[in-house]
Design a binder for this molecule. Sequence first.
Ligand code: GLP
Length: 241
Amino acid sequence: MVDKNSPLPLYYQLEEQIKKTIETEELQPGDALPSERELSESYQISRMTVRQAITNLVNKGYLFREKGKGTFVSSQKFEQNLQGLTSFTEDMKARNLVPGSKLLHFEIYPADKDIRATLSLKDEELIYKIKRLRLANNEPIAVETSYLPVSLVPGLTPDILASSLYTYIENELELTIGHASQTVEAAIVDAEDQQHLHINKGVPVLLIQRETFLENGTPLELVRSSYRADRYKFKIDIERK
Ligand code: GLP
């Protein structure tokens, strides 16, 4: 209910109420919002006030309008800051989301030429190829393929990969991760990843490639991740010097 004696404008109070129903998942992405008339009747406020609240929420990205159909709840995008060398698990926990991992592929084989060059490996050195589906609150967010030298990260098992790789590297192996170089580009999802990510054919993903090094400069991993572009956005703070 809205409080007509409150100094807060009625449209603002309604906005907050609708936001709460989205945040508590009473209203879920894709759900239709009650009509202006229904809202104005149930909250006992004018349609103008209702319209103002809805317009504000559309402008803020919480809702979207479809001509002739009504107003619907948008899917909120996960936002990740591009500064900081963080793991997927850390990124999700920082947002109060439960990180998850589903192992899709685990293999040890002699590195091929391209990977050898990136990881500065000797001929025939063994590497892991690990493909994981990464989830946030059980929702598929990214497909991640990682290559790591076996000699540097011994003892990796599917069990360990069910949780955090970086935790294993830092806490169990006591290695210090130093820096990484990362690129972000747009790509079209392939048929296999499309199924894992539950997205439609031809939908764009954000392809992130990271090359990570230990503090002493030794290459640790080459990782290619496809993030759902409809659910994820990257943020970077920039300063004018
Ligand atoms: C991110 C990075 C990867 C890294 C992974 C580790 O997804 N892009 O380069 O391997 O985090 O995540 P976790 O420690 O959760 O397994």
